[in-house]
Write a protein that binds this ligand. Structure first.
Ligand code: GTP
Ligand code: MG
Length: 381
């Protein structure tokens, strides 16, 4: 990535002063509103808002975030530009983090799909298989892409390829990095800044969705830039519905360890009190769960399941903890039929997925918080 050191990473002439961490317009009047910065902090370099300061130094995401319409308005501006769009998806929640109808926002600009967080895959996973799978799934979803790359912004893999493809496809234009909240847009750009440029800039990142608040321009060459954008909030992801305090348990932070359960029909698996899988009918078979290590699974008989949930939600069965139980929408049922002969994942958006190996068919009922996306797909692994 070529860069020009003489340009301030964010500030453009005649533009209001913006936070260099999250892009929000700065103000010194109201500490309760977004973009607040104490007067004396304006003289510091880089200038960041109080919210970014807190995230950075205390890992504390306080204050309001934007609403969905604001995010969509910001994104829609891309349609009027001539640029390359890098759409980042989170491999842990592939279908949940793809942007349906992306073309509506970005016009005819080409899309490079970057599948991030590949470090979460179990160690022995074959990258070619994942790439082919991602290509098929993106196509299935109706997403037109000029290229797909697998990356890990955390572990710094796939970046040589990403940069090479980005350079080839951007043809001297701006690059907009878009995606759902929390997929790693800002972390990925930070990696590019740190390892592939001599700029002194750092975007704010955090484990909480909704960190970046407005466009942030990072200069490339000849006045062109790579632009970080706020993530789109999708309420169909468990991670957007739970209290932020529960996120460390739900979000995996190391390679997934598949957990295999041999189940008989009429057995139930609880995922904390966030979701539940009833194996209603089928031969004894194995189900492999890909969820965060920290999330406790609990097996019981189907006939006992309602009672167990009623008695132990928020205690034995958690997250959510008792004090956050009320914030979560009620669990609702999704009937799922696994066909014999097709190894299938059942995705619970934001929480992970369960693989049924398809040696024999199965009838399942998945319970998930109302609004959460539950989807079937060909097995990823
Ligand atoms: N395991 C893993 N975690 C990652 C990776 N990239 C980012 N993360 C984590 O994902 C979380 C969100 O990262 P951000 O860079 O703030 O995500 P974002 O897409 O900019 O989020 P918003 O600004 O809220 O839209 C952070 O906790 C990151 O550490 C990755 O490659 N692997
Ligand atoms: Mg961000």
């Amino acid at each position: 990535m070529n860069s020009r050191e003489d340009v301030s990473p964010v500030r453009q002439e005649n533009e209001p002063l913006k936070c260099e961490g999250c892009g929000v317009k700065l103000q010194t009047e109201d500490p309760a509103k977004l973009g607040f910065v104490p007067e004396q902090a304006l003289r510091k370099e880089p200038v960041i808002c109080q919210r970014c300061f807190r995230i950075k130094h205390y890992n504390d995401l306080s204050g309001a975030t934007l609403n969905q319409d604001d995010f969509l308005n910001i994104l829609s501006g891309i349609a009027n530009t001539s640029s390359l769009v890098v759409h980042i998806v989170d491999l842990f929640d592939f279908e949940g983090s793809l942007i349906p109808g992306l073309q509506r926002f970005i016009g005819n600009n080409p899309v490079l799909l970057a599948v991030n967080k590949t470090d979460l895959l179990p160690k022995a996973t074959n990258p070619n298989r994942i790439l082919n799978w991602a290509q098929r799934q993106a196509k299935e979803f109706g997403l037109k892409t000029v290229d797909i790359v697998l990356v890990s912004a955390k572990k710094n893999t796939g970046f040589d390829q990403l940069l090479e493809r980005m350079d080839a496809h951007r043809k001297g234009r701006d690059v907009y990095v878009v995606g759902a909240t929390n997929v790693g847009k800002s972390t990925l750009i930070n990696r590019l800044i740190r390892d592939y440029s001599d700029l002194n800039a750092e975007l704010t990142t955090s484990p909480y969705p909704g960190t970046t608040l407005d466009l942030v321009r990072i200069p490339l060459d000849y006045g062109k830039a790579i632009i970080d954008t706020p993530g789109i909030v999708y309420q169909h992801r468990v991670t957007e519905l739970v209290n932020k305090k529960e996120l460390p348990v739900i979000l995996p932070n190391a390679a997934l360890k598949p957990m295999v359960y041999q189940l008989n029909e009429e057995q139930t698996l609880f995922f904390g009190a966030l979701a539940r899988m009833d194996f209603v009918r089928g031969d004894r078979q194995s189900f492999t769960c890909y969820v965060s290590d920290a999330l406790k699974l609990h097996r019981t008989k189907l006939e006992r399941a309602d009672e167990l949930y009623a008695e132990h939600k928020g205690t034995l069965l958690q997250p959510p903890a008792l004090e956050h139980l009320e914030e979560l929408p009620p669990l609702v049922k999704h009937a799922v039929r696994i066909q014999r002969g097709s190894k299938t994942d059942v995705l619970i958006s934001g929480l992970g997925w369960i693989t049924a190996n398809g040696e024999s068919g199965a009838e399942l009922v998945i319970w998930a918080p109302k609004g959460v996306k539950v989807a079937q797909r060909p097995a990823l692994i």
